[in-house]
Design a protein around this ligand. Structure first.
Ligand code: GLN
Length: 284
């Protein structure tokens, strides 16, 4: 009988040969998921032999990962900010870059009255709106999306985090489903230029939803359509925060000022110090 330790080393080698980075960590994750244990428990069981059923289910995960399916889809969940989110095919996997947007939104929200209202547009798994709601106990959050798979995940995440009383998941195009103007609007719309899609990592290109990535010829198709629609949905002193590609921020700022001439623009950098979040502040 082969030991878990031997299986782990074999899995690590297969990942390394198959071009999967962080092969050691990824091998651990496959076996932690299969055996439903944390890392400490995994290492404590090194000398044990997995059952045939366990070996078979690990093998399925290994093959999926070797085909470059993202680890988060294999595990079925992902940490984002300080919450755990269910993830799956049909919604973008929440990324660390977006945590910067959440942090800034929470900082801004602290200056508003307690009954602040927030809308996250194109919510996917619900990551942004749910992280804000979880950290702002009196906020009311609306999260919209057009796609059934995303809406389904956002609903499940809302329930799972116990936030259903304060977070409404709404189906529809961009801001259209909002029942009223809000204090803060957040959004991570698709912003990748269509011609760049084929250059993305296979994990993204082959598995994550194109409708969450593809922003058209210059990446700003949806962003422009969205910006034009924003003004009637922002309260006085309202703030809009949008994640985008660092190369787009100048063009997007100019466009935002065209639509909201009295607004003030700020730019927030991501963890690698690249311009990542456009902040548009409306006058009182
Ligand atoms: N940051 C994403 C990427 O890795 C793009 C997300 C988006 O288009 N909103 O490609």
């Amino acid at each position: 009988m082969e030991s878990l330790g031997q299986f782990l080393r074999k899995t690590e080698r297969r990942f390394a040969v198959g071009g999967i980075g962080d092969s050691r960590i990824e091998a651990d994750l496959v076996w932690m998921t299969t055996l439903e244990v944390d890392r400490a428990e995994l290492y404590a069981r090194m000398a044990d032999s997995p059952s045939d059923a366990e070996t078979q289910s690990a093998e399925k995960l290994i093959q999926r990962r070797l085909r470059h399916e993202p680890t988060a889809y294999l595990l079925g969940h992902r940490e984002f900010y300080n919450i755990d989110l269910l993830v799956g095919v049909g919604a973008l996997i929440p990324r660390p870059d977006t945590e910067v947007l959440v942090e800034e939104a929470l900082r801004i929200a602290a200056d508003f009255p307690l009954d602040i209202t927030i809308a996250d547009i194109g919510c996917g798994t619900g990551a942004i709106g749910l992280a804000i709601a979880a950290n702002l106990p009196s906020a009311r959050v609306y999260a919209t999306d057009l796609y059934p798979a995303a809406l389904h995940l956002a609903h499940r995440n809302t329930e799972r985090l116990g936030l259903a009383e304060r977070v409404a998941i709404l189906e529809g195009d961009l801001l259209a489903p909002l029942p009223r103007p809000v204090d803060i609007i957040t959004s991570n719309l698709p912003y990748v230029e269509s011609s760049e899609i084929p250059t993305l990592d296979p994990e993204i290109r082959l598995y994550e939803p194109r409708e969450a990535l593809d922003g058209g010829d210059d990446g700003l198709d949806l962003i422009r359509r969205f910006l034009v629609a924003v003004p009637p949905f922002l309260n006085p002193s309202g703030v809009l925060l949008m994640e985008m590609d660092p190369r787009q921020i100048a063009r997007a700022s100019a466009f935002a000022l065209g639509v909201m001439p009295r607004a003030t623009i700020r730019i927030i950098q991501d963890l690698t110090r690249r311009d990542r979040v456009l902040v548009v502040e409306m006058p009182a």
